[in-house]
Design a binder for this molecule. Structure first.
Ligand code: S3P
Length: 446
């Protein structure tokens, strides 16, 4: 059996045409919110409770790392109890922290460690060791953290933090919620006020959840569309109950599957619809998607809704640049939707996609061409001539490249191909959506 680059046995899987998708499906807890729930609960002294936590590999990497630094984390009665230590009280880990495939775990935990008097070594899989960490190393060094990284500012790296750091102001060069959150996590145990200015608004889960945990945090719009977040340091967070919404980024795969397979109609309950995350849903609607939100409500400071989606003929679209941050993780599956739309869709300004779990521009261009789509690749985006709703030829094997979202995107594409396609390895999907293949097959068999 072929070994995946991760070292486990690769799991190839074949996806082909079948019936329409019908019924309801459960979508895992939001990955971004889950990482933060664990970290903020760790920084609150006392027991917090988390319901709906993502149990994928990425969030498990965060939980295990926090456990290695003295935080008690246990699954009980279908939820998670976290015995937090309080800001400043993480312990020296006895072993390297294995981040697996997770960039969010790595960057956010680096922020947390930076203002603790401990040293942590971060290791990860082949995909993670290719990803740039200089975007957090540089600002955390300004706070006094000492980082010894591999060539190019990459993992493995060792970060030595310090207590008594003095808070400062950071202006982010890249629009990145991970960097913003890393600096705010560092700021929790610094003296004074941390100010982070982001060039354009990115996902705001950190700000919402820190407020709910009792932190003194303020946000405001600045001139030129910039956004300022101010956090008072030496924070004393209060333990609480956190309910995690279903992940819109995971729901996205099932939604596009229902849109492209004729006759489909599915319902996904309790999905996060935070405005900083739903760029794909807005773009799909602009393409003609029949996608509605029912029962909009608040879940612990995050907006959620039940999503109903029906098969729809899709028209091509040019993705407006201002929508890009709110759909940054959804471009692989957006490209699949575009490949079945009528006309040429274009998306540019996507240079960040080249440094995600894989080079997503190259991986999607290669895979889509292999199954018969017409794709033009630019340095920072793709143009795709859609099939007008007809099935694509399919019949190829595509590489998931250690990237869960590439694997799931092609699994969905296979449902509307003339010949089944094979994804060479579905194991990466476990990082964010354990049970994805079974969920997809159950919807198609209903
Ligand atoms: C995330 C932020 C985004 C996103 C990632 C999760 C987060 O990364 O792509 O999947 O939870 O903060 P960047 O901050 O690198 O854009």
């Amino acid at each position: 059996m072929k070994q995946s680059e991760r070292g486990d046995a690769a799991q190839p899987a074949t996806f082909g045409p079948g019936g329409p998708l019908k019924g309801r499906a459960a979508v895992p807890g939001d990955k971004s919110i889950s990482h933060r729930a664990l970290m903020f609960a760790a920084m609150a002294a006392g027991r917090s409770r988390i319901e709906g936590l993502s149990e994928g590999g990425d969030v498990r990497a965060t939980a295990e790392a926090l456990g290695a630094m003295g935080v008690g984390i246990a699954r009980r009665l279908g939820g998670w109890d976290v015995d937090g230590v309080g800001a400043g009280a993480l312990l020296q880990p006895a072993r390297a922290l294995d981040m697996g495939n997770s960039g969010t775990s790595t960057r956010l935990l680096m922020g947390l460690v930076a203002t603790h008097p401990i040293a942590a070594t971060f290791i990860g899989d082949e995909s993670l060791c290719r990803r740039p960490m200089d975007r957090v190393i540089a600002p955390l060094s300004r706070l006094g953290a000492d980082v010894a990284a591999s060539a190019g500012g990459r993992l493995p790296l060792t970060l030595r933090g310090l207590s008594g750091a003095v808070a400062t102001e950071f202006r982010l060069a890249v629009a990145s919620a991970q960097v913003k959150s890393a600096l705010l996590l560092a700021g929790l145990n610094a003296s004074g006020t941390t100010r982070v200015i982001e060039p354009v608004p990115t996902r705001d889960h950190t700000e919402r959840m820190l407020k709910a945990f009792g932190a003194d945090i303020e946000t405001g719009a600045m001139e030129d569309g910039e956004r300022l977040v101010s956090l008072k340091g030496e924070a004393e967070l209060t333990p609480r109950i956190v309910a995690v919404p279903a992940d819109p980024s995971s729901a996205a795969f099932l939604i596009v599957a229902a849109l492209i397979v004729p006759g489909s109609e599915i319902r996904l309950d309790g999905v996060g619809v935070n405005p900083t995350r739903i760029g794909l849903f807005e773009t799909l609607r602009a393409m003609g998607a029949d996608l509605t939100f029912e029962n909009p409500r608040d879940l612990g400071g995050e907006p959620v809704a039940d999503i109903i989606v029906r098969h729809s003929p899709l028209e091509a679209v040019d993705v407006p640049p201002e929508v890009v941050p709110a759909m940054i993780d959804e471009f692989p599956i957006f490209f699949v939707a575009a490949a079945f739309a009528r006309g040429e869709s274009r998306a540019r300004g996507l240079a960040e996609l080249r440094v995600k779990e894989s080079d997503r521009i190259a991986a999607m261009a290669r895979g889509l061409r292999a199954i018969g789509a017409k794709v033009e690749e630019a340095e920072d985006g793709l143009a795709i001539e859609g099939s007008g709703g007809d099935p694509l030829p399919g019949g190829a094997t595509v590489a998931s490249e250690l990237d869960h979202r590439i694997a799931m995107s092609f699994a969905v594409a296979g449902l509307h191909c003339r010949q089944p396609l094979t994804v060479d390895d579905m194991t990466p999907v476990e990082t964010s959506f354990p049970g994805f293949t079974a969920t997809l097959r159950a919807l198609a068999a209903a």
